[in-house]
Design a protein around this ligand. Structure first.
Ligand code: DOR
Ligand code: ZN
Length: 423
């Protein structure tokens, strides 16, 4: 048995926020939350005084680049980065090489993912080859272990096809998550269309490329009611659309990334291609609207969009470098520093968005510290200040936050009762 002693235990699903002990039994389950007789014997005692103990984080949006692009990341290094960031469950996107659109690719990947120290789940594609022309066999892919469906990386342009996909996902009761950037409205990807793109002489990605497509897709789902998840929301107008849609009773969920909560388009001027991401970092007004959306529950989940790329790829000029940044190891620090310590979003909301909300959407047996649940948990110091360095557990180091001072450090991550990361 393991004892986590004297931490501030925060479990939003059970409305717990109290200083107490956590006991993990030999089956790797939560045995008890509550003060423990100090005379009892434990094989491991973790002192959590002045630390926070929470359910292990869940990230519904990571790119582990396996199969085919493992020079950027693979499932083993991706899982190591995740556990260092406090994550015990992640869902891998399907824009791999080949993409995860067939039973063969999915089954092979899932069997390897099952052997990792944390829960690494796999999404499959909505359309064959991510070409947006015909649907995959979603029913068979779901039966073979797909956690959800997405063509993340590219939007689905064809409304008729998307309607069919939404209907199928509704019938199967499985989430469908969408990357919303209408190619017809884009000039160039990765940098917001505005003062920064003008200064750099780039066409830029306007915010309407996102919110016009979001408006369309939310309305397409109005009569269907699939579990529609809007990925990496970057525009304040998108937040308004989601808020209205939810008021109208339309089923829709939203993700925001730590980078969109913490930074604006200005970062591109300083960090160049490292700050290039799809959808792009936008304006301070957008950033504030995202924070308000997270605070008021319009945005349900914080998801990193951990997108590793090699040094060589990212050292290309801004306009030809690939978009994306790693995010698992800086997520907590960025969020605590940029929205919790500023007093804008309560810590409990942030933990909800990192744990129980994604667990509910994906029907995962995780995201809480209920007695009897799997002992997936994270212990962190919300006050510890650290500087983001340039070495990561991830195979990649494409972070524009290297050099930033952050508050909030992961101390221990436990998955299924086993310690999978220690600072
Ligand atoms: O910037 C991005 N990079 N956005 C995405 O949606 C995909 C990701 C990637 O796969 O690199
Ligand atoms: Zn995406």
């Amino acid at each position: 048995m393991k004892l986590i002693k004297g931490g501030r235990v925060i479990d939003p699903a059970n409305n717990i926020d109290t200083i107490t002990d956590v006991v993990i039994n030999d089956k790797g389950k939560i045995e008890r939350i509550g003060a423990v007789d100090p005379a009892l014997n434990f094989d491991t005692v973790i002192d959590a005084e002045n630390l926070i103990v929470a359910p292990g984080f869940i990230d519904v949006h990571v790119h582990f680049r396996d199969p085919g692009l493992t020079y950027k990341e693979d499932i083993t290094t991706g899982a190591a980065a995740a556990s260092a960031g406090g994550y015990t469950t992640v869902i891998c996107m399907a824009n791999t090489k080949p993409p995860v659109d067939s039973l063969e690719t999915l089954a092979e990947l899932c069997s390897r993912e099952k052997q990792l120290p944390i829960h690494v789940l796999q999404a499959a594609n909505v359309t064959a080859g991510m070409q947006g022309k015909e649907l995959t066999d979603m029913e068979a892919l779901l039966a073979a272990g797909a956690a959800g469906f997405t063509d993340d990386g590219v939007p689905i342009a064809d409304e008729k096809l998307l309607l069919q996909a939404l209907k199928k996902c509704k019938e199967l009761d499985v989430p469908i998550s969408l990357h919303e950037e209408d190619p017809a409205l884009m000039f160039s990807a990765g940098v917001n269309k505005g003062v920064v793109s003008d200064r750099l002489g780039l066409g830029g990605a306007p915010d309407e490329a996102e919110y016009v497509l979001v408006a369309r897709d939310v309305m397409l789902n109005r009569k269907i009611g699939a579990k529609l998840d809007i990925q990496h929301i970057s525009s304040g107008v998108t937040v308004d659309i989601l808020r209205s849609a939810k008021k109208m009773g339309i089923k829709v969920f939203g993700e925001v990334t730590p980078q969109h909560l913490a930074a604006t388009e200005e970062l591109v001027l300083e960090k160049g291609s490292l700050a290039r991401v799809n959808p792009p970092l936008r304006t301070e007004k957008d950033r504030q609207a995202l924070i308000e959306g997270l605070r008021d529950g319009t945005i349900d989940m914080i998801a990193t969009d951990h997108a590793p790329h090699s040094k060589e790829e990212k050292s290309k000029p801004l306009e030809s470098a690939p978009s994306g940044m790693i995010g698992l190891e800086t997520a907590l620090g960025l969020v605590l520093t940029s929205v919790v310590r500023t007093g804008q979003v309560p810590l409990k909301r942030v933990i909800e968005a990192l744990t129980i909300n994604p667990a509910k959407l994906y029907k995962l047996p995780a995201g809480t510290l209920s007695e009897g649940a799997d002992a997936d948990l994270v212990i962190f110091d919300p006050e510890e200040k650290w500087t983001v360095g340039d070495s990561f557990r991830s195979k990649a180091s494409n972070s524009p936050f290297i050099g930033w001072e952050l508050y909030g450090k992961i101390k221990t991550t436990i998955c299924g009762g086993k310690i999978v990361f220690r600072d």
